[in-house]
Design a protein around this ligand. Structure first.
Ligand SMILES: N[C@@H](CCC(=O)N[C@@H](CS)C(=O)NCC(=O)O)C(=O)O
Length: 219
């Protein structure tokens, strides 16, 4: 098996793409980035050519040779199964995997979708929400979700990272959400476990190199 043909359709500030970049880096897999600008040209994710790849018109999409896979959670689990070295889900530990997936889904299913670009655009276009209202909306849902995440980290097998002392896909989901929280000005001071895990993760090149500002398409 070779990773040489991996292509990631990505946008520097997309937190779903950020998750996948972290997973690729943690696994040491080389990949090419194909940038898709979510704002320019009315959103390049809506172009006919990109819609062919991703009928949901969302980032990220991973192309692995002749195989196309969408949805960041699916992409990360696909990579973890296809390239088993450096596992990002606990091996031989069914309860550990359940806990990591639970943490992943708090972010990916319950926090992130509410702050997605198309949701904020709809709030503005349909309900006249202004910048401050959209910011309040985002802060509300991020704070609610991360407070629950913090409570989950306060119990269970939290270590240096969300689960144990090596990074897992839970960290790949958390760190982009922390980036978004900081972007919107969410107060994280009451979330010591999240802050501690985020500091440990951000010190690793796999996370730092995946960060929005480190991307070639960052503006
Ligand atoms: N559930 C999807 C969500 C993907 C998603 O929300 N992508 C955002 C960027 S973070 C996007 O492409 N938004 C484009 C838009 O809203 O028009 C996943 O995990 O991959």
């Amino acid at each position: 098996m070779t990773a040489s043909s991996l292509v990631l359709y990505s946008y520097w500030r997309s937190s779903a793409a950020f998750r996948v970049r972290i997973a690729l880096n943690l696994k040491g897999l080389p990949y090419q980035v194909h940038p898709v600008h979510l704002i320019s040209d009315g959103g390049q994710q809506h172009s006919a050519s990109y819609r062919e790849l991703s009928p949901q018109e969302q980032i990220p999409t991973l192309v692995d040779g002749d195989f196309v896979v969408r949805q960041s959670m699916t992409i990360m689990e696909y990579l973890d199964e296809r390239f088993p070295e450096t596992p990002l889900l606990p091996r031989n530990d069914v309860r550990g995997r359940a806990r990591v997936r639970e943490l992943m889904q708090v972010v990916a299913c319950d926090i992130h979708p509410l702050g997605n670009l198309r949701v904020l655009q709809h709030l503005e276009a349909t309900y006249g929400a202004g910048q401050e209202q959209k910011a309040d909306w985002s802060r509300h849902w991020i704070a609610l979700g991360l407070n629950a995440f913090e409570a989950l980290l306060a119990r269970g097998d939290t270590g240096t990272f969300c689960h144990g002392d090596t990074p897992t896909l839970a960290d790949a989901c958390l760190i982009p959400q922390v980036y978004n929280a900081n972007r919107w000005g969410v107060d994280l001071s009451g979330m010591p476990n999240i802050c501690r895990v985020a500091a440990a993760a951000q010190a690793l090149p796999a996370f730092a190199d995946a960060a929005p500002e480190a991307q070639l398409d960052a503006v």
